[in-house]
Design a protein around this ligand. Structure first.
Ligand code: ZN
Length: 279
């Protein structure tokens, strides 16, 4: 890929510095032509206006974050989640997103039954799948690091996500985020198994020590993840879409947005891309 076609910016990375219009502008100035916005960032400017900004600036939307959060203690709660996921699919379609990312959800209130939560996830995805297919929006199950199993996602490995894909069939794939899967001894075997079902590739680093469970993700190169071998495996499995930098970090949110984006480009070039001068 020439230039920065292989780089996308998940807009959570600069969520405290920029709204969607400013983020798109800053990306453009740096030659970045792909983004992954969050739904609240889209809602803030309005869906129609967000779609216009994306279109007028020739931006590719690699994925919309996020749907999911299926488990709930009551049938009413589970239905509300399904309804909300349908709205997320509509938004992804309006933005011509490559995929809707699913952060599947953890345990329902006061539950200790993770097996049941996982069933609720499967049933939830099955319930929205026909709607997603009709809208032409692939659903990307994102396995999250096991430390989030209780409160954010009870789908915790790529293997588990692919088992779900096998069960649910066409229209469902995976988002592979280095932060969540780098430690997995089965990672490379499962990436190979994911051929044809990889819908997104997220990058950020695992810091040592990690000071906050959610908001201390690292800039590539500042932690312990070796990015190129993972990318090589992903490309070998047939996925050549952009790598989306997704850094949720109190520390980076305090730095000027332009500086953060410039560093994303620099680290992507020097540590992540496979056609870079430094490979
Ligand atoms: Zn991610």
């Amino acid at each position: 890929m020439a230039g920065l076609d292989g780089l996308s910016i998940n807009l959570a990375t600069v969520r405290e510095q920029f709204g969607l219009p400013q983020a798109v502008e800053a990306c453009r100035r740096l030659g970045i032509s792909a983004i992954a916005p969050w739904r609240d960032q889209v809602a803030k400017v309005g869906l129609a206006e967000a779609a216009r900004i994306v279109r007028d600036n020739g931006m590719r939307v690699t994925d919309l974050c996020r749907g999911g959060m299926f488990p709930a203690a009551t049938a009413q709660g589970r239905q509300a989640a399904i309804d909300d996921n349908r709205r997320a699919i509509d938004e992804a379609a309006a933005l011509s997103a490559d995929a809707l990312v699913l952060v599947c959800g953890g345990l329902p209130d006061r539950s200790r039954d993770i097996a049941d939560a996982r069933k609720m996830v499967r049933d939830g995805i099955a319930a929205i799948l026909p709607y997603a297919k009709a809208a032409g929006i692939p659903l990307a199950i994102e396995p999250l690091h096991p430390m989030y199993a209780a409160d954010r996602a009870c789908v915790n490995t790529l293997e588990q996500a692919l088992d779900l894909c096998d069960e649910l069939g066409e229209g469902v794939g995976v988002a592979i985020d280095t932060y969540h899967v780098w430690w997995d001894p089965k990672l490379h075997a499962q990436i190979a198994r994911a051929r044809g079902r990889i819908l997104a590739h997220h990058i950020c680093d695992w810091l040592v020590p990690t000071k906050h469970l959610l908001l201390d993700r690292g800039m590539m190169g500042d932690g312990v993840i070796d990015f190129r071998p993972i990318r090589r495996a992903i490309e070998a499995a047939g996925y050549h879409g952009p790598q989306a930098v997704e850094i949720l970090s109190e520390a980076w949110w305090q730095r000027p947005g332009e500086e953060v984006l410039r560093l994303c480009v620099e680290r992507y070039n020097s540590l992540c891309r496979l056609d870079g001068a430094n490979e």
